[in-house]
Design a protein around this ligand. Structure first.
Ligand SMILES: Cc1cc2nc3c(=O)[nH]c(=O)nc-3n(C[C@H](O)[C@H](O)[C@H](O)COP(=O)(O)OP(=O)(O)OC[C@H]3O[C@@H](n4cnc5c(N)ncnc54)[C@H](O)[C@@H]3O)c2cc1C
Length: 290
């Protein structure tokens, strides 16, 4: 059995110092629900585990009507979906946070870990891309802001350098007449990997689409942003024809593979059907939004 050191720094500076010293041999642990599975399966090897759950900055869950919502990278899912501001202004986040694993997993797992694990099927990432979320990343060379749609590069690969930590996810301030939604298809009722996942965001004005953003999971090596879905309908009436057009663009953008969970044809079909359904709910939410 391999010896692994464990350390729980209480400041971001201390954590960054450890990453600088140990580089790729340091494993950052938020909830650990991906990391520990990877270590046990020997799919990843770390000499030192840096547990970030004790760092105040990474535990913030702050909302401001003007600046939006900041979710620290160490905040577990259950705290997010029980937060009154998230419930009121960001129901699309709850769609994802409440389906990642089961209750036990949600007691530990974070949205930051979901993003940093960078699985093509990550359930929280399409919603982040659709909602235009940016990441705050800290490293030994300072802090940078990165849009989530640029974060993932390939399965388990992302833009983070070995000396960098994701500090927080920053959701834009809520606007009236906007709504978001994440849905996935899984063969079982829960605890399964998305065959396809769809995150959408809409902004409506005088019964027209002012903005529309679609992102898909499990149809490419990383979650993708389907820009054409928005450009095809922005400025047009909110009606079935245009919802179908945006959904068709999602189907066209999907570049899935066939594997044990689904064929290319099935996944492309799901991309269209789920986008349509997600848009219908997002539009309802936009009409009810505060
Ligand atoms: C039984 C089970 C069911 C699951 N079901 C789902 C599901 O339905 N949907 C889904 O999407 N996922 C699921 N997962 C995977 C996992 O729970 C999620 O991806 C979860 O969001 C990961 O969060 P975490 O905080 O536990 O990440 P961790 O395991 O702590 O970290 C994940 C990766 O990101 C890195 N990392 C974490 N935080 C940071 C940071 N702040 N800065 C830099 N790097 C960081 C870690 O080093 C690691 O490589 C499941 C896992 C299990 C075990």
């Amino acid at each position: 059995m391999k010896w692994v050191d464990y350390i729980q720094p209480s400041t971001l500076d201390d954590a960054l110092g450890l990453l600088k010293k140990h580089g790729e041999k340091a494993g950052i642990l938020a909830g650990g629900t991906d990391l520990l599975v990877l270590l046990r399966a020997k799919a990843k090897s770390s000499d030192i585990i840096v547990d970030i759950k004790n760092i105040a900055e990474l535990n913030q869950l702050d909302f401001d009507k003007k600046t939006g919502l900041t979710i620290g990278a160490a905040v577990p899912c259950y705290k997010i979906y029980n937060d009154s501001n998230v419930k009121k202004y960001y129901p699309g986040i709850i769609d994802s946070a409440s389906i990642i694993g089961g209750t036990q997993i949600q007691g530990r797992a974070t949205l930051g870990g979901n993003l940093c694990n960078s699985a093509p099927s990550a359930d929280a990432v399409p919603g982040m891309i659709a909602m235009g979320v940016t990441c705050k990343v800290a490293g030994s060379n300072g802090v940078r802001e990165v849009p989530v749609e640029e974060f993932c590069l390939a399965p388990r690969k992302n833009i983070l350098k070995p000396d960098e930590i994701l500090v927080s996810l920053n959701y834009p301030a809520p606007k009236p007449n906007t709504g978001s939604r994440y849905i996935r298809f899984i063969p079982r009722n829960e605890m399964d990997i998305a065959v396809v996942g769809v995150g959408v965001y809409v902004e409506l004005e005088n019964n027209k689409f002012k903005d529309l953003r679609v992102s898909l999971a499990s149809v490419a090596p990383k979650p993708i942003f389907v820009q054409e879905a928005g450009t095809s309908v922005v400025g047009k009436e909110v009606n079935e024809e245009n919802i179908n057009l945006a959904a068709l663009k999602a189907k066209e953008a999907a570049k899935p593979i066939t594997d044990m969970r689904g064929t290319i044809e099935f996944r492309k079909h799901l991309s269209e059907v789920l986008t349509k359904r997600a848009l219908q709910t997002a539009i309802e939410r936009a009409k009810e939004s505060v």
